[in-house]
Design a protein around this ligand. Structure first.
Ligand code: ADP
Length: 319
């Protein structure tokens, strides 16, 4: 192996830059050349790439987003687009490719592997919805951002004695809502993985008021339903003053936490080592505080586990 390619794909996640830095520096350390494809799979299809030097990744470890840019590429979903990508890969001279991205990017990486491109994926998504890895890059930062927002909303909620329904990201998963709900002391956490009953949520709110609670915070994962509807329903049923806040993209931005930077550095470096060892078609994940390598087939076949125990604990503590 003489030259490797790297790209970031799908939704941006804080820590992707730290992963790029690790890939580029670890590869150069071992005497490999590195090419960075811009805008995810779009760069593969349209031949947008640049040679990466040690200095190309200077001063980015602390920055959110991704310096190589990211995109969703409909062309790459088509066979013709992937064949075009194959030609670009051959022309660029890379012998292996590291893809940093989420679930969709993993499927794209698997499609490339089937076309004969040696591919390794590093899980990078705030949603933390990728199986076979306890964490994906960006999740910890997103949870930090949401917890910080909950703290701020709580001040207003207490002062005005209101119920706040806060909608958080996660696509079809409730991992961010659960972690931030536990860390932020939310009264109820609504996630797609656990069936919920709004009557029970309202009972809980009313019990809280009876014992003197000045405010209530309800976290709703976007995949569990629209917070606006949940807020309307709570207002109608309890007659309590209710407000809805949709956190949106502020959850994804900002400087990555130390955890995400370290995770990204370790996974990026491990991805280079995997390619160097001749292994590919695999994801470099993180389990029980260590690097955990799994084949694409295994990751795709498995569903990410939802920590039900943690959910029960959050419910008990918000009694
Ligand atoms: P994420 O990686 O964050 O989950 P997406 O789901 O948008 O983001 O996927 C990123 C990109 O991966 C898509 O724009 C597309 O180019 C590619 N992709 C997704 N699914 C597939 C698939 N089944 N086959 C080939 N490429 C795919």
């Amino acid at each position: 192996m003489r030259k490797i390619g790297v790209l970031t794909s799908g939704g941006d996640a804080p820590g992707m830059n730290a992963a790029l830095r690790a890939v580029v520096r670890k590869a150069i350390y071992h005497g490999l050349a590195v090419v960075g494809f811009r805008r995810g799979y779009h760069g593969l299809v349209y031949g947008e790439y640049q040679e990466m030097q040690l200095g190309s990744v200077a001063d980015i470890i602390h920055r959110g987003g991704t310096m190589l840019l990211t995109a969703r590429s409909p062309e790459f979903m088509e066979r013709s687009g992937r064949e075009q990508a194959l030609q670009v890969i051959e022309k660029s001279g890379v012998d292996g490719l590291i893809v940093i991205g989420g679930d969709g990017s993993l499927r794209g990486a698997e499609a490339l592997e089937r076309l004969g491109v040696r591919t390794v994926i590093v899980p990078g998504t705030i949603d933390n919805d990728i199986a076979c890895s306890d964490y994906s890059i960006g999740f910890d930062t997103a949870v930090y951002n949401v917890t910080d927002a909950v703290n701020k909303v709580r001040d207003t909620a207490t002062s005005h004695e209101r119920v706040y329904v806060i909608e958080v990201m996660g696509r079809t998963s409730g991992h961010i809502a659960l972690a931030a709900g536990l860390a932020g002391g939310a009264e109820s956490i609504l996630v797609p993985e656990v069936p919920f009953d709004l009557a029970e949520v309202c009972d809980r709110l009313q019990r809280g008021v009876k014992r003197g609670k000045l405010h209530s915070i309800i976290l709703v994962a976007e995949g569990a339903g629209a917070a606006l509807n949940v807020g309307e329903e709570i207002k109608k049923r309890t007659k309590m003053e209710t407000r809805v806040t949709i956190l949106g993209h502020l959850q994804r931005g900002g400087t990555p936490t130390a955890f995400d930077r370290i995770l990204a550095s370790r996974l990026g470096a491990a991805a280079v080592d995997l390619l160097r060892s001749g292994s590919h078609g695999k994801m470099v994940g993180f389990r029980s505080s260590d690097i955990h390598v799994t084949s694409f087939a295994e990751v795709l076949a498995e569903k990410k586990e939802f920590p039900q125990e943690l959910y029960r604990l959050a419910t008990i503590l918000a009694i």
